[in-house]
Design a protein around this ligand. Structure first.
Ligand SMILES: *Cc1c(COP(=O)(O)O)cnc(C)c1O
Length: 357
């Protein structure tokens, strides 16, 4: 096998999905498994389903298409509010989408009617995160218009936190969403079946018993994929983090000074690197670089290995403190954070291998 490659432990992803789904289901919440962190790998979608998620959501139609073509036969949700240029394809591929623009919703309705379909939407509400969503003052006007559309089923309301501005979901803002749902049901005399409260960052509210009743859907990616919650920089209790493992090979192993010699300019990325003098250290170079993966998101699995820095194609490790002996040509393994997972999955230079059970 040629390095670098990534091992994908489907069994652990399935176990993560089962743990998260049980936690949510006990609290009356259904889980949409989100696969965008791994480019919608159908194998991962399948592991999530085996673990109990209700159906799959992804931000990109290309990913939804891959999943559909793999034989998947449940609902699919498009997470990113749709581009006008993808509406036709979206109505063909996705059963549900998240939306925030009335003109687009009307176009979706027309397209769905033409195709003899009904497309389901969740209206996104911005409760302070300032990414997608309409403001509360616009909600009634929007819903009034949506309810008149023949090609649309108004499924419910949703919100998203901790992705763009880093605003955390709390009892207070989740309660706002539930109160809004109740008010809208009374005002329009309708039943709103879905209140889609959030993503991985909202799991903490369940753990702490601080989620208001009435939220009934979470869209969860990160916690299932890598068992982490980046919004609070924490591990999600009960999950595995070593689900995706990046493996690279050592191409140089030498003792060298810890500080470079010569006149210091900028590195290949325009920054002036800083070095601390620790005398002569043992250094290993891996054939892996910034062109392959977001280096900042890597954590070596073995003890005593430190990432000193990287250029496009080389990753320099300090291995003086390594507990095991390290040799030239040896492989080094890393765990990934969300950002490293995204970059590894999109990298054409990294082979992906699914571990057998
Ligand atoms: C990415 C995304 C999610 C999933 O977020 P995680 O933090 O990975 O759980 C949920 N909803 C929307 C709208 C998203 O874009």
């Amino acid at each position: 096998m040629r390095y670098p490659y990534m091992f994908i432990n489907l069994k652990r992803i399935e176990k993560n999905a089962r743990y998260i789904t049980n936690l949510c289901n006990k609290n009356g919440i259904e889980v949409v498994g989100v696969t965008k962190g791994c480019c919608g790998m159908p194998e991962v979608a399948n592991a999530m389903l085996k673990g109990g998620v209700k159906f799959i959501g992804d931000s990109r139609l290309d990913n939804l298409k891959k999943i559909r073509r793999s034989g998947y036969n449940k609902e699919l949700m498009l997470l990113r509010i749709p581009m006008e240029s993808e509406l036709e394809e979206m109505v063909d591929l996705a059963d549900i989408s998240l939306n925030s623009e009335i003109s687009i919703i009307k176009k979706i309705s027309d397209i769905a009617k033409d195709k003899g379909k009904i497309h389901e939407i969740i209206l996104m509400i911005d409760l302070g995160e300032l990414r997608e969503g309409i403001l509360i003052k616009e909600v009634k006007d929007y819903i009034k218009q949506i309810l008149e559309l023949g090609g649309i089923k108004f499924l419910g309301i949703g919100t998203n936190f901790a992705c763009f501005s880093g605003i955390l979901p709390t009892y207070k803002n989740m309660k706002e969403l539930v109160d809004l749902k109740n008010e809208l049901e009374d005002f329009f005399n309708i039943k709103i079946s879905v209140v889609s409260g959030g993503n991985t960052s909202a799991l903490k509210l369940i753990e702490d018993n601080k989620l208001p009743a009435g939220i009934n859907q979470f869209r969860v990616g990160e916690a299932i994929l890598i068992g982490r919650d980046v919004s609070r920089n924490r591990i999600v209790p009960g999950t595995y983090q070593d689900t995706f493992i990046l493996v690279a090979q050592i191409v140089e192993l030498k003792e060298k000074p810890s500080v470079p010699t010569g006149e210091l300019g900028r590195d290949a990325f325009g920054t002036i690197p800083k070095f601390i003098d620790k005398g002569i250290i043992e250094r290993a170079i891996l054939a892996l670089g910034k062109q392959d993966v977001d280096i900042k998101g890597l954590t070596p699995l073995a003890d005593g290995i430190k990432i000193i820095g990287a250029s496009s194609d080389h990753l320099v490790l300090g291995i003086t403190k390594s507990s095991q002996e390290i040799k030239l040509n040896q492989e080094i393994r890393f765990k990934l954070n969300y950002s490293a997972l995204l970059s590894t999955c999109t990298s054409p230079y990294i082979t992906k291998i699914f571990l057998p059970d």
